[in-house]
Design a binder for this molecule. Structure first.
Ligand SMILES: [Zn+2]
Length: 634
């Protein structure tokens, strides 16, 4: 028991908790986990630092890419804590192999793992039991999923509607108890009338879906959720075979997460789940009869019209100018994406005889007649040309970029610090603290002598741990930087020759390989490049480009972080087109003050951004500024 008490005295605890669905998160199950864990920490006589509470709410255990877990692993590696409390092994990961991986990784970092319902590493038998428990949990999960899938298919063959998701617009779901022993869909007559009307507008009057939306808005008809009738909502309604009396079970299936260029508005960069929905195979679909609202002929006519609309739309897109930056543009005002709009659509009034990019928030029809964005559209060829020029410049001068990166990472003058050496010192200090405690317990040391010595040792330990964390962070950044620059140079070598003659699709792929997002702000356009390891591995010469690594993105420094240099996350690696884009407006844009206060705005700029304002010397920054076409964007 003596050994345990020593550990208790010197351990620095951290906790990890996870619930897999948002529903669970809302039902406060995470709080119960945290309370139980904190109770255990308190019982062990330890003080829990708030920064060392790692909580993943609404993240599945079937993925390792969870923000809090990522942070936990980083902090563990940097020696930020010595003991980790977790409610049960399945909170760490669902899959046995991943669980073992995490446990081993944490143990390698010298971390003592405590599961509330299980001890670990006490003996080989305990380890075996933990492994068995993990395997059985995995088996149980697979078994439950398979049973549930078979049960649902069986119910679908019996024609039961309760295995379908919520009743579509026009129907009401009546449960088993209210429906005399059989769950069913009941037609809501007022809504059914609207559904019929929508089908007739498209199938008979050959209206476009936008026109349907306009008509519904004119009649002040609310959608099922009481919102605006979006084109996607209307298309979903028109393609739902339940309206002709044939609800389908197995319309979609779950698959690997789709790649996406950038996170959707309001969504975290880190996806909560690593799955996406795809259309289900036709042979796996089961038809469940429900009351019909329209005739099958009308449904077919609508399907034909939608296919024709789509064909027409594709022809328009092909005829259009091609949108080089589609999918990458984000609005700094409202957060919606920007999309390209061709000139052909404006042939009627000739107001905009050129293509341009505009924000979704500028379309008042999408938001009940009121714009949510105050920005103005941007001419397509100007934005395309500016971004392409910047990308070309980057590819032609990777060395200049390297210099700039190294300058920004600062610590340029600092030599590489030996992290292993610091870790060794930490371990030795931890041992000496243990020895002090032993000596005190054995009565060799008096309390008056023991307390200041332990306090000094702990203070030194804290400083060393901080040094280790800082050194690890700097080393990490440098390693990553070298890796990225190496790959960037390789990539630049491959594509440099053909840059001038690159066709549209090559240019688009090169841009998508290098650029993460392009944020349109009031005065500026901020290009954020991907600086993840191997972002160009599958660049244009190898076919598909690769999406950015979520893990790295998660580690990016949040822009609104107020912790300054003390923040454990690496500084943001966004490379703006112009130094003015990095923060508040550059002082030279404002009237220059005269007299003694002349330097004040420059000093304020430097204090707020940490960047030197460009001077008259031929610096890289000045070249950037000259390249930035900064007058075009406003
Ligand atoms: Zn906007």
């Amino acid at each position: 028991m003596e050994g345990t008490s020593q550990l208790v005295s010197t351990a620095r605890p951290a906790i990890y908790a996870r619930v897999s669905s948002e529903q669970q998160a809302q039902q406060s199950t995470i709080e119960s986990q945290i309370v139980a864990i904190c109770e255990q920490v308190r019982k062990d006589g330890l003080f829990l630092d708030e920064e060392l509470c790692f909580v993943d709410e609404g993240y599945s255990g079937s993925t390792l890419v969870r923000p809090a877990l990522e942070q936990l692993r980083d902090v563990a590696w940097a020696g930020g804590f010595t003991r980790l409390y977790v409610h049960s092994p399945d909170r760490l990961a669902r899959k046995y192999a991943w669980k073992v991986l995490l446990v081993e990784e944490l143990q390698r970092c010298g971390i003592d793992l405590v599961f509330l319902n299980r001890s670990i590493g006490v003996s080989p038998e305990e380890d075996l039991l933990l492994q068995m428990q993990g395997m059985i949990a995995e088996y149980e999960r697979a078994k439950i999923m398979e049973r549930s899938r078979r049960g649902k298919r069986h119910a679908a063959r019996q024609g039961r509607v309760n295995i379908l998701t919520a009743a579509p617009y026009g129907y009401r779901y009546v449960g088993k108890h209210a429906g005399c022993g059989q769950a069913q869909y009941q037609v809501v007559f007022e809504e059914a009338r609207i559904v019929k009307q929508i089908f007739e507008w498209v199938g008979r009057d050959r209206c476009s879906l936008r026109e349907v939306g306009r008509r519904l808005r004119a009649q002040c008809v609310p959608s099922a959720k009481g919102r605006n009738w979006h084109v996607f909502t209307i298309r979903k309604l028109l393609t739902n075979p339940a309206y002709k009396g044939e609800a389908i079970f197995g319309k979609t299936r779950v698959g690997e997460r789709r790649h996406r260029l950038r996170p959707a508005r309001g969504q975290p960069e880190q996806p909560r789940s690593n799955t996406s929905r795809y259309p289900g195979a036709v042979e796996d679909q089961i038809i469940i009869p429900v009351p019909a609202i329209i005739h099958a002929e009308l449904f077919e006519a609508v399907a034909e019209q939608i296919a024709e609309n789509r064909k027409h739309h594709r022809q328009q897109v092909e005829k259009g100018p091609g949108y080089l930056l589609q999918g990458l543009l984000v609005c700094g005002c409202c957060g919606y994406g920007w999309y390209g709009k061709g000139s052909t659509r404006f042939a009627r009034n000739d107001r905009a005889p050129y293509p341009y990019y505009r924000c979704i928030g500028m379309d008042s029809f999408r938001f009940g007649g009121v714009k949510v964005c105050r920005y103005k559209p941007i001419r397509l060829e100007r934005l395309d040309a500016a971004v392409w020029a910047d990308v070309c410049n980057l590819l032609q001068n990777p060395k200049a970029l390297q210099k700039e990166f190294e300058r920004r990472l600062s610590g340029d003058s600092q030599p590489d610090i030996n992290v292993d050496q610091i870790q060794k010192q930490i371990r030795s200090l931890q041992r000496s603290v243990s020895r002090l405690i032993d000596a005190y317990e054995d009565g060799v040391l008096e309390k008056g002598e023991f307390e200041p010595r332990v306090a000094r040792a702990r203070e030194r330990l804290r400083r060393l741990q901080q040094d280790a964390a800082d050194a690890t962070q700097i080393a990490d950044q440098r390693k990553e930087l070298r890796l990225v620059l190496g790959h960037l140079e390789d990539f630049a070598d491959r594509v440099r020759q053909g840059l001038d003659q690159a066709d549209f699709s090559t240019r688009r792929e090169i841009i998508r390989s290098l650029v993460k997002t392009i944020k349109i702000e009031d005065q500026h356009v901020r290009i954020t490049y991907r600086v993840t390891p191997r972002p160009f591995a599958n660049g244009p010469l190898r076919g598909h480009f690769r999406q950015h690594c979520h893990r790295r993105v998660q580690r990016d420094h949040p822009r609104d972080c107020r912790q300054g240099a003390g923040c454990p996350l690496p500084q943001s690696r966004a490379r703006p087109v112009c130094p003015r884009l990095s923060g508040p407006a550059f002082p030279s844009r404002q009237p220059r003050p005269r007299g003694r206060g002349f330097l004040r705005p420059f000093l304020a700029y430097r204090a707020s951004t940490g960047i030197q304002p460009p001077n008259k010397g031929g610096s890289f920054r000045q070249k950037e500024r000259a390249r930035s076409l900064d007058t075009v964007w406003t």
